[in-house]
Design a protein. Structure first.
Length: 202
């Protein structure tokens, strides 16, 4: 593979920040209760996310108050952002932050299980971003957790992953920039197309 030209690489970070509504100190016996308190936890979470210094940041379990805090810090750094809550009765969702010079040219929300009436509220934000004339499809999602030992044919997470891949693979290959909601799959990603680098987040 030919070397990727300088400046033609983008970084993507993904992180489940754990929504406050799901925090039960009994489930985290090794964590200091003070560290789990929102007033102490939120500023550190924001610093952590800003410290990723990534072109695209995909976050899960983000409630509206946390999104507003993140947006206030990341917007001045050049990030455009999108947040979408899960299904009825949920307060958290997914948030995607895209930093210039990347440009978001279209996005849509996939609600899992809508066609089969088996939705459990989980969503995916599918965004198309452009850089140097090349398009990237980025999906930010939180798949439902299944207990260990769950048979494959009963796993919600596996079912959702397949639904997401089918959504990306089989969408009509029409230019997304002129047809909002339609993913562009015609783009040629060979040669000097930008490369995505996903850093490990310990």
């Amino acid at each position: 593979m030919a070397p990727v030209p300088a400046g033609n690489e983008i970084t993507v970070a993904t992180y489940n920040i754990l929504a406050d509504v799901y925090i039960d100190p009994a489930r985290y016996p090794r964590s200091d209760a003070n560290a789990l308190a929102p007033k102490n936890r939120h500023p550190k979470l924001v610093d952590r996310v800003v410290g990723f210094d990534a072109d695209v940041i995909c976050l899960q379990e983000v409630d509206l108050s946390m999104y507003n805090l993140l947006e206030s810090r990341l917007a001045p750094l050049g990030h455009e952002s999108f947040w979408h809550v899960k299904g009825p009765g949920k307060r958290d969702g997914c948030a995607t932050f895209i930093r210039k010079p990347l440009v978001e040219v279209g996005s849509r929300v996939l609600r899992y299980g809508q066609e089969s009436s088996k939705s459990v509220g989980h969503v995916a934000i599918i965004s198309v971003v452009e850089r140097s004339g090349h398009l990237f499809i980025i999906a930010n999602t939180h798949l439902k957790w299944d207990p260990p030992g769950t048979p494959r044919d009963q796993q919600w997470g596996l079912r959702q992953a397949r639904e997401l891949l089918a959504e990306v693979r089989h969408r009509p290959a029409i230019d997304f920039r002129h047809n909002p909601g339609i993913l562009n799959l015609k783009q040629n990603f060979t040669g000097n197309a930008p490369r995505i680098r996903c850093p490990h987040i310990p």
